[in-house]
Ligand binder design. Structure first.
Ligand SMILES: *Cc1c(COP(=O)(O)O)cnc(C)c1O
Length: 481
C-alpha cells in the first residue's frame, strides 16, 4: 500500500518504510494514497486484539505477521483482556483507554509501535540501530519508554518540558529502567521540545549518523494506526449493551492535543465504522476550538499551563493529515504549513472549513470548568475522571445541549485520575495534602478506586535520569548519545 507525504504526492513510501521513517523527507506526514477496502462489520465480530489485527493488516500490509505482533504487543500488558472497556456513566459511555502499563491512552499505540518498527526494520533489511526521538507533554514519553525499553536494535531518547509535566508523570519518566533509554528535561514548553525534535530530524537528514532516527510521536503512522481499534471496540460494546443497532451512528468526544487520537476516529469512519460527529475537546489552550469554529489556525498566543498538561499544545501536528484527507490537495497543505511556520497562522478556504465542520465540532474548558465537571460527575454518578477526560465530558454535554443531537455519545477517557491526583482531589471536595504519592493514597481512601499498580510502585523507585538542558542544546545531546 502506498503512502505519500501530505505536502507532496510524489514523495512516496510503502507502509513499512513510512513506519520506519516517521516523518517524510519534506517535513510532511505520511497519508495513505487511498484507503483499503475494509470489512468493518466483520472487524466488529472479534476481540479487541482481533480488531487490531484486522485494522493494522489493512493499513500496514507491508509489515508481515501482524497477528503475532499484536499478540506480543498486548498480551498481559493491560489490566483487562478487553484492553479498552466502555462503561456507562449518566447519559454517556466512557471509553476507558487507561488500563495499560503507564495508565494513559497512549499505551494502546506505544505497546504496538515497537513491534511494528522492529518488523518494519527486518522487512526492509535495515541493519543499523534505530534511535527513537520523542518530545512529550507528559504521557507519550513514559508510554514510549515502557514500550521500547530493552527492545533489540532500538534506542529511545525522550525530551520533556522542565516543570511542564505533573509530579507523577515526571516520576514515571525519571525512574525509567532499561538499558536503551535516555530521558532529559528541556528548559521550555512542550512546543519548544517538539520543535527541537523536528529540527534534529531535519539536521540529521543529510548527516551520516550511527543510528537511524524515527519517532514515537503520532506523526508516525505506526503510532496513529493502532489507535483506530478502540473506536471499533467501543462501537461493539454499545451494540452488545443494546444501546445501538448495527449501522447506527455514534458520536465520540475526544480530549485533544496533537490531534492524533481524534484523527484515528476519523480514520475509523473512513474505514466504514458508523461514526457521527467527532467532538474535539481542548483545555484553555483552545487553538483547535478556534480553528474548527472559524477556519483560522493561529498559534501566536500564550501557552497556558493547565491541570490537563497532555493537551497543553499550540501546534497540533496531525491536523495536517486531516487537511490533506479532506482536501486531497498536497499543494494547499504545503502552502498552509509554510504559512504556519513563517507567520504562525493560516486560514483554510471556505469549502475546506465546511468539510471540517461537517465531521467535527469543537469546544474547550478551562481548569475551573474541568474542576466543576470532575466534581459533578463524582457527586452525580460516583465516577472519578481525570482533568483531560473532564474536558471531553464538558464538550460532549455542550454539544448535546447546543445541537440536540441524540445519537449515542462516547467520551474517551485518556488518563487514569491517579496521574493527576491533586486536581482530582480538589474537584471532589477533598483538600490535597503532601506530595503526589500521598495524594494518590488520599484519592484512594476518598473514592475506593484502586491505584494502578504501576503508579503505586513509583514512590520507592530510584531516579535515574535527572538532566536538564537548554533547548539549543538538544541536537548536541542527541549526537552525543
Ligand atoms: C496525549 C494525550 C491527549 C491528547 O491526545 P492527542 O492524540 O495528542 O490529541 C489527551 N489526554 C491525555 C491524557 C493524553 O496523554
Amino acid at each position: 500500500m502506498i503512502y505519500h507525504s501530505t505536502r507532496s504526492a510524489s514523495l512516496r513510501a510503502d507502509s513499512a518504510h513510512a513506519v520506519l521513517e516517521g516523518l517524510a523527507a519534506d517535513g510532511g506526514l505520511y497519508v495513505p494514497q487511498a484507503l483499503p477496502k475494509f470489512d468493518w462489520k466483520k472487524c466488529l465480530e472479534g476481540s479487541a486484539m482481533d480488531m487490531a489485527v484486522d485494522i493494522l493488516s489493512a493499513l500496514l500490509p507491508d509489515i508481515p505477521n501482524m497477528q503475532e505482533l499484536v499478540r506480543r504487543a498486548y498480551t498481559g500488558k493491560f489490566a483487562t483482556e478487553e484492553l479498552t472497556p466502555t462503561v456507562p456513566v449518566g447519559d454517556f459511555h466512557v471509553l476507558e483507554l487507561f488500563h495499560g502499563p503507564t495508565s494513559a491512552f497512549k499505551d494502546v499505540a506505544l505497546c504496538m509501535l515497537p513491534q511494528l518498527l522492529t518488523a518494519a526494520r527486518s522487512a526492509k533489511g535495515v541493519k543499523e540501530d534505530i534511535l527513537i526521538l520523542t518530545a512529550t507533554s507528559g504521557d507519550t514519553g513514559k508510554a514510549a519508554l515502557e514500550g521500547f525499553k530493552d527492545v533489540d536494535g532500538i534506542k529511545i531518547c525522550v525530551f520533556y518540558p522542565d516543570g511542564g509535566v505533573s509530579q507523577v508523570q515526571r516520576a514515571q519518566m525519571v525512574t525509567q529502567e532499561g538499558n536503551n533509554v535516555t530521558v532529559c528535561a528541556v528548559k521550555g514548553n512542550f512546543d519548544d521540545a517538539q520543535t527541537g525534535v523536528k529540527q534534529i530530524f531535519a539536521a540529521c537528514r543529510d548527516k551520516e549518523l550511527p543510528n537511524r532516527l524515527s519517532s514515537a510521536n503520532s506523526i508516525n503512522i505506526g503510532r496513529l494506526a493502532p489507535q483506530i481499534m478502540y473506536y471499533f471496540k467501543a462501537y461493539r460494546d454499545l451494540l452488545d449493551a443494546g444501546e445501538i443497532k448495527m449501522g447506527d451512528e455514534v458520536n465520540f468526544s475526544v480530549p485533544t492535543g496533537n490531534f492524533g487520537d481524534i484523527l484515528a476516529g476519523y480514520l475509523a469512519k473512513k474505514l466504514g465504522l458508523p461514526v457521527g460527529r467527532l467532538i474535539c475537546a481542548s483545555n484553555a489552550n483552545n487553538v483547535l476550538t478556534d480553528f474548527i469554529r472559524t477556519g483560522t489556525y493561529d498559534r501566536m498566543r500564550p501557552l497556558y499551563k493547565t491541570t490537563s498538561p497532555s493537551m497543553d499544545i499550540l501546534v497540533s501536528s496531525n491536523l495536517e493529515r486531516l487537511l490533506y484527507l479532506l482536501s486531497g490537495d498536497t499543494e494547499l497543505v504545503a502552502g498552509l504549513m509554510k504559512q504556519l511556520s513563517e507567520n504562525g497562522s493560516y486560514t483554510v478556504p471556505a469549502d475546506l472549513l465546511s468539510a471540517i465542520q461537517e465531521q467535527f465540532w469543537a469546544d474547550f474548558c478551562d481548569d475551573a470548568g474541568a474542576n466543576t465537571v470532575m466534581g459533578k460527575v463524582w457527586q452525580k454518578y460516583h465516577y472519578v475522571c481525570d482533568p483531560h477526560t473532564a474536558a471531553g465530558w464538558m464538550a460532549a454535554e455542550n454539544y448535546v445541549n447546543q445541537t440536540g443531537d441524540d445519537r449515542a455519545m462516547v467520551v474517551l477517557s485518556t488518563a487514569s485520575p491517579y496521574k493527576f491526583p491533586e486536581a482530582v482531589l480538589t474537584a471532589i471536595g477533598e483538600v490535597p495534602a503532601g506530595d503526589g504519592f500521598d495524594q494518590m493514597e488520599q484519592l484512594n481512601a476518598a473514592t475506593g478506586v484502586a491505584i494502578p499498580k504501576n503508579l503505586a510502585s513509583l514512590r520507592t523507585k530510584a531516579e535515574r535520569h535527572t538532566g536538564v538542558i537548554e533547548k539549543t542544546e538538544m541536537l548536541d545531546f542527541v549526537l552525543g548519545l
